[in-house]
Write a protein that binds this ligand. Sequence first.
Ligand code: ADP
Ligand code: MG
Length: 242
Amino acid sequence: MIEVKNITKRYGSLTVLRDFSVDFDESGVTVILGPSGTGKSTLLRCINGLESIETGDILVNGLSVLEKRNLRSIRLNCGMVFQSTILFPHLNVLENLILSPMKLLGVKRSEAEEQARYYLAKVGLASKEEARHNELSGGEQQRIAIARAMIMNPKALLLDEITSALDPEMSVEVLRLLEKLASDGVTMLIVTHELSFAQKVARRVLFLEGGSLIADASNEVFFNDLKFNNERIARFLQHINQ
Ligand SMILES: Nc1ncnc2c1ncn2[C@@H]1O[C@H](COP(=O)(O)OP(=O)(O)O)[C@@H](O)[C@H]1O
Ligand SMILES: [Mg+2]
């Protein structure tokens, strides 16, 4: 579904991703791990066409990010949620949710509202449809952001450290939701530093460092074999667990 082919991404003289390739064709959850500053966010942003690439190509459902006219479809296929979410402050939750389906997909208001309520219930926030941004906790805002991405019915959700700005309690509520979505079979690419969560939900684990893929393994291989056999991964797992 997503084919990243030998891409290079630079910011000025800094090469963030070098001759980088990876495919995501399976359903289920892929977790992307790695130290800060190694290009994890950049990779997700390139897939979504939010960043240009210097060389190589990325295909999403066969459509290249290099063609401007494909970007709309690519972004519809890949719903993205970031570390912190800003809902439109002058709109309530329900209005925030129906905006894109109505504007981008031409869904009728009544139908969009029905879908919005369906996804609000899915993220456990049916009671918050009238709330505004400043009346929601950080965890609730992130769950709304997930509902807002899902209502567009994307093929995959790209989630970039969506719990890292939350206190532990709220983080848990968002991670629980992601576990539930994972067990529903939602395809997700998740950048996270939450290792026990990663181990619980990931089918596949990628480890990035210095703009390269150091490991690409099944959950079992990553957290059992590589944890003991790969010195770099052992160090990372130990460091992050402290
Ligand atoms: N817009 C930008 N302009 C310049 N440098 C950037 C920009 N975005 C990210 N970088 C740099 O690219 C590298 C990778 O960043 P990022 O993909 O955000 O890493 P990660 O998500 O793994 O922490 C970092 O060194 C970061 O400082
Ligand atoms: Mg990042």
